[in-house]
Write a protein that binds this ligand. Structure first.
Ligand SMILES: C[S@@+](CC[C@H](N)C(=O)[O-])C[C@H]1O[C@@H](n2cnc3c(N)ncnc32)[C@H](O)[C@@H]1O
Length: 81
C-alpha cells in the first residue's frame, strides 16, 4: 500500500488511525523521516512507533481533523467495513 502511494522525500504523511504503527514502520523502511509523519489514534495505548513520529493519542480523528491546521500530501489508513 505504501509503495502504491509512491513516497517522495517531500511528502508529509498522515495515518489517522495509527494503532501499533505498522504503516509508520513501513514508511520508515522506505526512508521517510519520522518528522514528516503524523499519527492520530483514539486509543491512548502507546505504540512502538510513537517516539519516531508526531503521535497524537486519545483523540478522535474526526474531531481532530476539523480543528487542525496541518495539511498532508499522503494519507494512509485501514478501512474497517
Ligand atoms: C487496524 S488499527 C490501525 C492500524 C494502523 N494503521 C497500523 O499501521 O498499524 C485501527 C485503529 O483505529 C483506531 N481508531 C478507531 N476509530 C478511531 C477514531 N475515530 N479516531 C482515531 N483512531 C481511531 C483504533 O483505536 C485502532 O488503533
Amino acid at each position: 500500500m505504501i509503495q502504491a502511494l509512491e513516497p517522495t522525500p517531500l511528502d508529509y504523511w498522515l495515518d489517522p488511525c495509527i494503532g501499533p504503527g505498522a504503516f509508520v514502520a513501513r514508511l520508515r523502511e522506505k526512508g521517510v523521516s519520522g518528522d514528516r509523519i503524523v499519527g492520530v489514534d483514539i486509543d491512548p495505548t502507546t505504540g512502538d512507533e510513537d517516539p519516531i513520529c508526531d503521535t497524537i493519542r486519545g483523540v478522535d480523528f474526526f474531531q481532530w481533523c476539523r480543528e487542525t491546521k496541518q495539511r498532508f500530501t499522503k494519507i494512509v489508513a485501514t478501512l474497517h467495513m
